[in-house]
Design a protein around this ligand. Sequence first.
Ligand code: GLY
Length: 357
Amino acid sequence: MKQLQVGLEDRAYPILIREGLLSEVGEELKLRKIAKRYIIIADDHVAELFGGQLVESLRKVNIPVDLLTFPRGEASKNLTTIGRLISALAQLGVDRQDALIALGGGVTGDITGFAAAIYMRGIPFVQVPTTLLAQVDSSVGGKTGVDIPEGKNLVGCFYQPQAVFIDTLVLGQLPREELLNGLAEVVKYGVINDLDFFNFLLSNQKDILALEPAIVEAVIAHCCTIKARVVEADEREADLRRILNYGHTLGHAVEAASNFTIPHGMAISMGMVAVNTIAMGKGLLAAEKAQRIKDALQGFGLPVAIPPELDRCQMTELLKSDKKSVGGRPFFVLPIQIGKVIISDEVDDALIARAFG
Ligand code: GLY
């Protein structure tokens, strides 16, 4: 079992990582006295898989609990779902002494965090992430929000959870594609921050893919530690936190140009390899290091080439309209070594075209 802390003064919170933790969340909540009563929010699929186990863990320690669901998928991440959920909370008589539990992946964490942030001007919430991507990234750091027709994540706020409870056992139930999505983010942490961790990932690829419990726990704890340190230094993404977007600027354009048929992690894997081309083109990254990163991604079974059928002009336009672009200038997180990156918006169109391949 590993326990970490996100040190954000009065908004500090623990991250607990333990095999089988899902059945012990009730006891942890009892100890921590976050709220009197909890409302679990999950998509219908996750509710079926893990909802009963989580409800039971609260009931067995006499904590009142309800479960609210919404249809699975990114299409639910909108203001209509938020409206429905907060009406349901009002109908259940939820007040400020109660708290929400986000049980699920990134979509559920974003929706639940946002609902918690705006219901009665803010009630507490905790994260129980059930995908690798949510366990190593989205459940930590307090980004919440929903999509609108004009763009993804355009509405939302920073709102930190009271605790994050990570059960490594749930990963065994994930489809392989979900696991790969998370592994792209895991490799990202090595490249942006930690050569030793990158080397550890390479040496343990087989055990990681086989979900060997001690290795998986160590990997998740290491990623969460890096994320916590970055968020502590720059909670609202003014500066350092932008390094977490390594591979994401180009990757988001790939995702959007594919009409979101390419899953997030796969697109980020392609985006990391593509942005390395920019780093090499600017003379910042040695070809041999870019090759090591590519080999690591491929070793995990991640795709590294942007499909030729995706429209390069459309992707270039998408880059400029990305919500993180400033005045039409996208920024790029460029590795200069494995474990060290810089941020630059000085990349010309020819280099971007070369990166898209
Ligand atoms: N997933 C990037 C961040 O939390 O800043």
